[in-house]
Design a binder for this molecule. Sequence first.
Ligand SMILES: *Cc1c(COP(=O)(O)O)cnc(C)c1O
Length: 339
Amino acid sequence: MKPNEIDFDKLTFSFTQTRSMFVAKCNLGEEWESGELKPFENLNLSPAAVVLSYGQGLFEGMKAYRWDNGEIAMFRPEMNAKRAANGCTRLSMPEIPSSLFINGVKKVVRDNADYIPSTEQGALYVRPIIFGSGEGVGVAPSSEYSFIVYVSPVGPYFKGKLKPIKLVVTKDFHRAPLKGTGGVKAIGNYVPGMLPSSIAKSKGYAEVIYLDAAEEKYIEEVGAANFFAIIDNKLITPELTGSILPGITRDSVIHLAKTKLKLEIEERRISVDEALTADELFCAGTAAIIAPIGLISYEGKDYIFNDGNIGKITNELYNYLTGIQFGTSEDEFGWMAKI
Ligand SMILES: *Cc1c(COP(=O)(O)O)cnc(C)c1O
């Protein structure tokens, strides 16, 4: 679509094609090539591509914002570059250099700058992907890899006011075991969540809360967002054991809670029973930024938090974080990268 054909006031979280994408390749055992910007188009991929049979691949998710002063800025992109590089190692792919990752992202965002909505209308969602594009039949790493960055304008997760969401704890499905790939944005981690998620949605819940696969007692994550509880003025969030995705929003929320709100932080296991006693609950990730949790259904019973309203600390954290991201408050930690 051309930018002038898009109704920027009606954007949702769906895909809208833009002008261009960035493509770089790497042969196994060689260096990544420097890559180039190309018109957005379908890929030419062998049916025997390793990614199609074995899911050798990962993705990243980032947002580029158009500030009211006209500047374009992204939130801590070097963290996404680092996480993608770590993921490459776990998935037997050649490590992506941070400079290539950032260069690809910046080039696509600049070339598609006229697709970026205002911060009230949403953001430009940036989707880097890295996958085994070479042919193979045996279960072995691909001989060739592709790094692609494409973008899509998206609407805000919450239009207007933050609205607390309803979640259901599942004991029917697990997201990721210890020592698996839960700590990586591996493409294979996400399809298994689609069934639990659609069952939850059909019952009126926004998402599911996953428990640890070993004891089925401790909270792991909320769909594709990290989980937080406020109990007695402490911020408690599951520690990064390997099965939990190390969210960049998570890291930022912890930093803000510590430095701005002077909260005590506890990164540790948190059982469902303990979470149900919380003063406030929320989850955090790039898509929703911060989503307050108003209700949790657990073993057939509903538990309501803050009378179903947004909690004070949750709201403060949301305001601090979005103030920095939307360019309306000072970027005191140097988190924003001007594009
Ligand atoms: C991407 C993701 C998150 C959030 O990470 P951010 O870097 O904050 O966007 C949390 N959990 C899962 C499973 C994810 O895939």
